[in-house]
Design a protein around this ligand. Structure first.
Ligand SMILES: [Zn+2]
Length: 488
């Protein structure tokens, strides 16, 4: 249900993109964003105000803060885990108060004109213990299998996030709505019986007691069912992704290729270990996207990996939506892990610098992700697909129909307009179909011969250079079935 309304939304935004830019009333422009940034509300070093100033100084248009929602680890000694328990907690949005976090973002936004701050969280939905404290090999698994959640507006939505160790996480039993009315009417009938002959009095009392028990039972809420002592696979994650979608937020898998904790990182008396989780892209659904450009490993953008598998699932109607590629900084402080604030950029095409416009662009995939290793960065100047009748899909996330083969145009340059070596790879339906190398401004025009009746084809670009890399989200082309063409 939720997935459906989301894909309708995406379809609508794709449909509006197909209109000439003027029809939107506002010209769409490219906005540069910094996503996955921590403030001192959790593990970051700087205040939100300082981060806004720093983002402004590197020319960003928007900054998406993703402080940790809750940073708790707890281990109980089996079989007395309820009583003999050690809990470790660090600063987080929930511990500091989501109201305080949202109010501070609103305050900084009110005074800051250049950079729009959008609230988000980095969530650890679940982890589980392996080994034992007694044998000295206690290991927390999947603490770093995380999700970035953007665009939740209300403090309650943060407090109620379905994540392990959140005391507010409950499942409300899904009960028949008219149940309470039924109990109310039945207990009134019981009351009438109470003022009757003795036999009816007993019956009336029984009815009233039963109604009371039923009312209490209908209010019972079930605690979060995923404890930290078992591996539940991707189920706890899907619960969170569905919660975010139901609450109108966006969710991105954070660093699925991070190698940081792959071999285990010591953390006091315990070890944290999280294997890479590229499979999350295909094992889960109803999420918005993933960090395709992050840290030193960016293989998911290469042809034929899990991202392409999910994209193929989408065009073949097996998924409600496709994963949108973004860049993630995981920024904590200047110089930490040598990550500079301007290194990872997510560039979105939006009709205005508002939270609603930017989130809509992110959801619709009107986005490219880039990594900048020097003082200049790659720019996507052109990425278009021209249909057989001249109709144009302009930019990542756009969509056209074509009754015959299409032409793909691309052009990249550097932000300082200098000419340097770069390579552009054109990928269609999981395969590289063209690669060119040369000096910037580098462009190509490619006439694709594929024209599969009744199918959808997508095209996406990877750009590489010694100064950094760039990955676009796809352009989709649907080819009408043969029957529709002959009737035209
Ligand atoms: Zn982070």
């Amino acid at each position: 249900m939720v997935g459906k309304s989301r894909s309708v939304l995406i379809f609508l935004s794709l449909a509006t993109l197909a209109l000439p830019a003027g029809a939107l009333g506002n010209e769409a422009s490219w906005l540069t964003g910094l996503i996955h940034v921590h403030s001192n509300f959790s593990s970051g070093s700087y205040s939100i105000e300082e981060l806004a100033d720093r983002a402004e100084s590197v020319g960003a248009d928007f900054l998406i803060l993703t402080d940790h929602d809750l940073a708790v680890m707890a281990y109980g000694l089996q079989p007395f885990q309820k009583f003999l328990k050690k809990k470790y907690e660090k600063r987080s949005i929930i511990s500091q108060g989501p109201e305080v976090y949202l109010t501070e973002i609103a305050r900084v936004n009110a005074g800051q004109k250049a950079v729009l701050i959008i609230p988000g969280v980095q969530s650890t939905p679940h982890y589980f213990w392996q080994g034992s404290l007694l044998t000295g090999n206690l290991t927390s698994i999947n603490t770093r299998r995380e999700v970035l959640i953007l665009g939740l507006d209300r403090a309650e939505q943060y407090r109620n996030l379905p994540i392990v160790h959140n005391p507010r996480t409950y499942y409300r039993l899904d009960l028949f709505q008219g149940e309470l009315i039924f109990f109310a009417l039945a207990s009134m009938a019981g009351l009438v019986l109470l003022f009757n002959r003795p036999l009816f009095k007993v019956l009336g009392l029984g009815v009233i007691l039963l109604c009371l028990a039923g009312t209490l039972n209908s209010q019972i809420r079930v605690p979060y069912p995923f404890d930290q002592y078992h591996d539940f696979g991707y189920r706890p994650y899907q619960v969170l992704l569905d919660y975010v979608a139901q609450n109108g937020g966006l969710s991105f898998w954070a660093h699925p290729e991070s190698v940081y904790a792959e071999r285990g990182v010591s953390y006091g008396p315990i070890t944290m270990r999280t294997a890479q989780y590229p499979a999350a892209l295909i094992r889960t659904d109803n999420y918005t996207g993933f960090e395709a450009v992050y840290g030193d490993k960016n293989h998911l953008r290469e042809p034929g990996r899990e991202w392409d598998a999910a994209l193929l699932g989408y065009i073949n109607g097996l998924r409600q939506n496709y994963p949108v590629a973004i860049a993630g900084s995981d920024y904590h402080s200047e110089g930490m892990s040598e990550t500079k604030l301007n290194e990872f950029k997510t560039v979105v095409r939006a009709t205005g610098k508002s939270k609603a416009e930017i989130l809509a662009a992110l959801q619709a995939g009107r986005v490219y992700a880039l990594r900048q290793l020097t003082n200049y960065h790659l720019i996507l100047e052109t990425f278009k697909v021209i249909g057989s009748e001249g109709q144009t899909a302009d930019g990542p996330g756009s969509k056209i129909e074509s009754v015959g083969p299409v032409q793909i145009l691309a052009r990249v340059s550097f932000s300082d307009h200098e000419s340097r070596e770069a390579a552009i790879q054109l990928i269609s339906n999981g395969r590289e179909i063209k690669k060119i190398t040369g000096k910037t401004p580098l462009d190509f025009s490619y006439n694709d011969t594929q024209d599969p009746p009744g199918a959808t084809v997508y095209y996406r670009l990877n750009v590489s250079s010694t100064a950094g890399l760039l990955t676009t989200n796809p352009i989709f082309v649907s080819f009408p079935p043969q029957a529709d063409r002959t009737s035209e």
